[in-house]
Design a protein around this ligand. Structure first.
Ligand code: FES
Length: 93
């Protein structure tokens, strides 16, 4: 794993290259997971790459699992809704 720290307009962004064989970063893995990748091979396929040594398999699968757990938590969380009809927004003086 390689960490790259970018400073763009005094905002630091850390990018980690997870797959050294193909240069796939942690952010690319997140994007692939958001687009439906559910496995190590899916992530590689998303970027037109083929897995090679396999060293990144565990880390990529771990990141996909975290994404899926986060997504499940967001979907099961109750949503707050506030009325927007005129009667609910009106107040008496
Ligand atoms: S590090 Fe990903 S296939 Fe080698």
């Amino acid at each position: 794993m390689i960490m790259i720290i970018n400073n763009i307009n005094d905002v630091y962004a850390i990018t980690m290259i997870i797959c050294l064989c193909n240069g796939i970063t942690d952010k690319q893995i997140d994007c692939a997971a958001k687009e439906g990748a559910v496995s190590w091979r899916d992530v590689h396929a998303t970027y037109g790459k083929a897995p090679q040594c396999g060293s990144c398999q565990c880390e990529i699968n771990k990141q996909i699992s975290k994404h899926q757990a986060h997504k499940a938590t967001k979907e099961s969380a109750p949503s707050l809704s506030f009325g927007s009809s005129a009667s609910q927004l009106a107040y008496e003086s």
